[in-house]
Design a binder for this molecule. Structure first.
Ligand code: ATP
Length: 229
């Protein structure tokens, strides 16, 4: 459904990802792992259209979307939850979710159903988003993205700054999202969580694919992640 082929992207002279190819099926979940600076966020930004691809293509639902704007990609169902969550801190949780209604595509996700998925977000609906804990903010950011009814959800480092138990609770909700037919492409430094929740793992090292596949061996992942021989 999402088919990336030979994708590269750069910041000026610095090529941050090189020749990346991967496929995410409808209802499937793929995790991209790699150390700091490996190019994980760059890959998601390029798929979402925030950064222009220098080579390669992004196909989505059979159409080439490589040259489309971020807005047009979102309209087709490619939705990014950026690193750092980017909520409106002075607005309430409910107001943050309401804003997302303007980008709503048809589907099962609504204010009611995302509150059901994340009961803690529902409890906090009248609170200012900026006053929530990191885990609550991350749940709110995912809920906000879901309201658009994405076909593919791009999740940038859900675990960032959160205690492992909280990360585990957030990742435990992902199967319920996949059940609705939404695909997930997530990037993660937490290898254990990434392996636990995903069908397939794709490891980046200095912008290139160093390993990719299903049921990968931990020793192989470790070599691909750190680049050690
Ligand atoms: P992290 O886990 O730290 O977010 P990452 O794997 O997501 O790492 P990227 O953020 O994609 O890595 O960065 C890949 C490379 O691109 C790094 O060398 C980084 O310094 C560089 N880079 C990232 N963002 C920019 C930018 N806005 N301008 C210039 N260089 C950038």
């Amino acid at each position: 459904m999402l088919e990336i082929s030979g994708l590269s992207a750069a910041y000026g002279q610095l090529t941050a990802i090189r020749d990346i190819s991967l496929t995410v099926e409808s209802g499937g979940i793929l995790a991209v792992i790699g150390a700091n600076g490996a190019g994980k966020s760059t890959l998601l930004k390029t798929i979402a259209g925030q950064l222009k691809a220098t080579t390669g293509s992004i196909r989505f639902d059979g159409a080439d979307v490589t040259a489309l704007s971020t807005h047009e990609r979102a309209r087709r169902g490619i939705v990014l939850v950026p690193e750092g969550r980017r909520l409106f801190g002075s607005l309430t949780v409910h107001e943050n979710l309401q804003i997302a209604l303007s980008a709503k595509r048809s589907g099962v996700w609504s204010l009611e159903s995302v509150y059901e998925l994340f009961p803690l977000v529902a409890e906090r609906r009248r609170r200012r988003a900026g006053d929530l804990s990191g885990g609550e903010q991350q749940a709110t950011a995912i809920a906000r993205a879901l309201i658009a009814n994405p076909a593919v959800l791009l999740l940038d480092e859900v675990s960032l700054g959160l205690a492992p138990a909280i990360v585990g609770q957030l990742y435990d909700r992902l199967p319920l999202i996949l059940e609705q037919g939404t695909a997930i492409l997530l990037v993660e430094q937490d290898v254990a969580q990434a392996r636990r929740v995903s069908d397939e793992v794709h490891c980046l090292l200095q912008g290139r694919t160093s390993l990719a596949g299903k049921d990968l061996d931990l020793a192989d992942i470790s070599r691909a992640y750190f680049g050690a021989e």
